[in-house]
Write a protein that binds this ligand. Structure first.
Ligand SMILES: [Mg+2]
Length: 257
């Protein structure tokens, strides 16, 4: 019985040029492109071998924050379903949006107390005249339907977590429990709690475990925002350079202190 491998993409399977360790900068291959077609992500040789090994090991299912469009700009030949847009979309192997999951997402969304547009107004008020921020609402176009409004992204020209952290804390206080604030590098995501990789993975695993009740499920992710979906899997795997790895090392430091 082969395992299912549910894996995050960016900083797990490949990364930007800036994040390639110096001793692995030979023999990089292109992994993803920006909207204008220019290169954005690269595999190191080890990462490429890791990907090939995962495909040999079992069924690989990507679980990514990427929009469907950005997911399609990843140069990997997938053979199974995918979770995109932080869990907002499930996509079948043939690229079609899963309408069952979409209907569930729309139902929870319309039942939520504060919508993304109202949260965005609070964010704009919080930032006020402060300089250096770029922010927008992420939505997914759905053919034949209104777009799916998902969450808010904020970046800062300083390109540092420290520049975004105070805003993240202020938004946490302003929005309360119904919202999750994820900060990783120069990326502050302000997400309604109904949205997340975890709930989409639960939906997929329901199906997988019905058909293959004894297949082990391995999850791989590097960010705190991956922990929810990793917890749904039988095993967790994390790259040793990443936000989760840092937290694990902190446990050891705290124990030794
Ligand atoms: Mg990642």
């Amino acid at each position: 019985m082969k395992p299912f491998i549910l894996t995050d993409l960016d900083d797990c399977l490949f990364g930007t040029r800036r994040k390639v360790p110096e001793d692995q900068s030979e023999g990089l291959t292109l992994a993803s492109r920006l909207i204008d077609g220019s290169p954005s992500g690269y595999f190191t040789r080890r990462q490429k071998h890791m990907l090939e090994s995962l495909f040999e090991l079992g069924t690989v299912i990507p679980v990514t924050a990427r929009s469907l469009d950005a997911f399609r700009r990843v140069d990997i030949a997938w053979r199974a379903e995918a979770v995109c847009a932080h869990g907002g979309l499930v996509v079948a192997a043939d690229g079609q949006i899963d309408r069952d999951w979409l209907a569930q997402v729309r139902a929870v969304q319309s039942a939520s107390a504060l919508d993304v547009t109202s949260a965005y107004a609070l964010l704009e008020a919080e930032i006020g005249e402060a300089a250096g921020y770029r922010h927008w609402i992420v939505d997914e176009p759905i053919e034949g339907e209104s777009p799916l409004t998902l969450y808010i992204v904020v970046k800062h020209e300083a390109r540092e977590e420290a520049a975004l952290a105070p805003l993240g804390r202020a938004m946490r206080a302003a929005l309360g429990d119904g919202w999750a604030i994820h900060l990783n590098g120069n990326n502050l995501a302000i997400m309604p709690r109904w949205l997340g990789k975890r709930s989409a993975v639960r939906f997929l695993l329901d199906r997988i475990r019905t058909d293959h009740p004894h297949a082990p499920v391995i999850g791989m992710g590097d960010s705190h925002s991956d922990i929810g979906f990793l917890s749904e899997c039988d095993y967790m795997m994390t790259p040793s350079r990443g936000q989760i790895a840092e937290s694990i090392r902190q446990v050891e430091l705290d124990a030794a202190a």
